[in-house]
Design a protein around this ligand. Structure first.
Ligand code: ADE
Length: 258
């Protein structure tokens, strides 16, 4: 799958593609990422990409025309017609990162991670926002990282790319398989359990702290039960709505619900 990222700051995203476990997905091309510098599509000596908002108000707005030119260049590079006919099926979806979008979740990421999907054109907004006429004409979906405001969509683009890359087969080792992650259906959508590593006794600020004994027992069935209980406990305390959802779906037994 291929993701084209339209951004004013490709240099913010570039290092991420070569770092950490997910770099395998990008280096191998399982997840192909093409970075597009929006300023290359702007006019004039200053290569201007923003202007003051009509109607007044603070901040600047990203202009439609440089975005549209860049978007057309991306489509041409993908061998697609530069303009999508009105009412035509979405060939490659265009995503804008914005606080007004659908909040990113495991379910949303899983959809984007399907290998048969074509990826997307990702638009990283900056300033107060993007000229609505470009959004109306070209954007199919808006995605948000949550109820807070970022200075731009680059961090959100990296978040989506990272989450999609780690779900690709062979990207994570067996030991840290994505099926063991929080929110994964394999764990009934619950939060993950606590983890411990060496030493068995850690000299913490309040004195020595042991690892829970069951984890040292070598008894796999007991460890599995303990981990399940810890997942249920963590989810009940921190995200009770996720526990309700698991319960509604029949994933939590009455004994566990207690
Ligand atoms: N751009 C600005 N704020 C954002 C958010 N919360 N999520 C995604 N993109 C954004």
């Amino acid at each position: 799958m291929r993701f084209d990222v339209i951004t004013l700051f490709p240099e913010l995203i570039e290092p991420y593609l070569h770092t950490g476990v997910t770099r395998r997905a990008f280096a191998s091309g399982i997840v192909q990422v093409c970075l597009w510098a929006l300023r290359d599509f702007a006019d004039g000596h200053y290569r201007r990409v923003d202007d003051r908002p009509f109607g007044g108000g603070p901040g600047m707005v990203m202009m439609a025309e440089p975005l549209y030119r860049c978007w057309q260049a991306v489509r041409a590079d993908r061998g697609l017609p530069p303009v999508r006919a009105a009412g035509a099926d979405v060939d490659v979806p265009t995503v804008l990162f914005s606080p007004a979008g659908t909040v990113l979740s495991h379910a949303v990421v899983t959809r984007w991670a399907q290998p048969q999907r074509p990826g997307a054109i990702l638009i990283c907004g900056r300033y107060e926002g993007v000229d609505q006429r470009f959004i109306d004409a070209c954007v199919d979906e808006e995605i948000s990282l949550g109820d807070f405001v970022l200075s731009g969509g680059e961090i959100a683009a990296v978040a989506l790319l990272d989450a999609v890359a780690r779900l690709q087969p062979g990207v994570l080792g067996d030991a840290d398989s994505a099926t063991q992650d929080s929110f994964h259906p394999a764990l009934d959508g619950l939060l993950d359990c606590p983890h411990y590593t060496r030493p068995e006794v850690w000299q913490g600020p309040a004195g020595p702290v042991d690892v829970p004994a069951v984890l040292l027992s070598g008894h796999h069935a007991h460890i599995a039960v303990w981990r399940r209980q810890q997942r249920l406990l963590a989810t009940a305390r921190r995200r009770p709505e996720l526990l309700d959802r698991a319960w509604q779906a029949g994933h939590v037994t009455p004994a566990e619900q207690r």
